[in-house]
Design a binder for this molecule. Sequence first.
Ligand SMILES: [Zn+2]
Length: 192
Amino acid sequence: MQKKVIDEAKIEEAVHMILEAIGEDPEREGLQNTPKRVARMYREIFAGMNSNPREFLQVSFTEFHDELVLVKDIPLYSMCEHHLLPFYGKAHVAYIPRGGKVVGISKLTRVAEAYAMRPQLQERLTSQIADCINDSLKPFGVAVVIEAEHMCMTMRGVRKPGALTVTSAVRGIFETRPETRAEVFSLINQKI
Ligand SMILES: [Zn+2]
């Protein structure tokens, strides 16, 4: 995959223009360094543009565990691509290894984070995480659930603070066997 370079100078220029466009004075003290700060921040929160999450799952190890692995409550921060406002919440990732092919728990977290650090849609983010695990580990099944609050719904538009959007993506056995899917969803919803 070709590496995309984040052009901080261009972001600075753009933020300067936005400030002018809303009638602000970009030269006043509080705003002087804002374009620079935003550019640095965008480099950080869009760092996923430069990553290939499939690489994180290249190193798997063999452990004779062909039973469900569920990682709950992975903190997730992303940017809605329609408004460039944050959406944030939790991801729950489950898979059933095939032939003992498992990965470290932290690798699953890194996959979720890397896809989140791009302009995103919650639906696509959910599917990308599921497909990445499914294609890399070829497990019996994958289930990903994301629950998130969208600032573009909270601050503007319909203004529904606290409203959670829940998305799920299931592959393999979770797609074909309703009872297996029901089991993982109930484990995700269960408060331990
Ligand atoms: Zn939005």
